[in-house]
Write a protein that binds this ligand. Structure first.
Ligand code: GLV
Ligand code: MN
Length: 201
């Protein structure tokens, strides 16, 4: 989903953050090609699991251009997703990318909802893959009794993520209770309960 590169590579300059990109210049500034070394094309950040010791039981380690500057202009990125038994990578979407979920250990229920409201899901086991079309709300859930691990691969150097519950109930400043209550067809107390779980961490 990203624009095509115009050079072999453009390793992001040190300190260049995604916030420096603009519509006119979608990529990060490159460091001088003469200073590029093999380590610029190497990423060791997925050798270990992120902690799953949180209410969701999930650990996601991003491997986007911010973590892995060598990806700049290449139109790809990769995350590692670890799920404790019963853990969920909660419903979210990526505005700029499709996602290929490749399960490396254990098994995960992986699912997404299409724009016409149809729910597509599969139990995906070790060595198997499932694809999430760009922008669709999706999750991974570990219904098993062992830890599960997947690598998720994107056709964007910076897929972006909108986490549904966090965006709706943890927005800063907050979305008015009346808007959420009417949108979800529930009362204000229900919204207050949900906000209590997602606001201020
Ligand atoms: C999984 O859905 C991920 O976004 O890494
Ligand atoms: Mn995802």
């Amino acid at each position: 989903a990203d624009p095509d590169p115009v050079e072999d590579f453009c390793v992001a300059a040190p300190g260049a953050g995604a916030s420096n990109a603009s519509m006119a210049f979608p990529f990060l500034p490159c460091k001088p090609a003469s200073t590029v070394v093999p380590d610029d094309f190497f990423f060791a950040g997925h050798a270990r699991a992120a902690s799953t010791d949180n209410p969701f039981g999930v650990g996601v380690t991003p491997g986007n251009v911010d973590a892995f500057p060598g990806l700049n202009t290449l139109g790809i990125s990769i995350n590692r997703v670890d799920l404790a038994p019963g853990g969920v990578n909660p419903l979210h979407s990526h505005p700029r990318s499709a996602e290929l979920v490749h399960v490396e250990a254990g098994e995960m229920l992986v699912g997404f909802v299409s724009t016409d409201g149809k729910f597509y899901s599969k139990v995906v086991r070790e060595g198997e893959s499932f694809v999430i079309p760009r922008g669709m709300l999706h999750f991974q859930y570990n219904a098993g009794t062992a830890a599960a691990r997947a690598m998720t691969v994107f056709n964007s150097q910076l897929p972006g993520v909108v986490i549904a519950a966090q965006s709706l109930f943890g927005a800063d400043p907050e979305i008015p209770d009346a808007v959420l209550a009417k949108s979800f067809q529930v009362d204000g107390d229900t919204i207050k309960l949900l906000k209590s779980k997602f606001r201020n961490g």
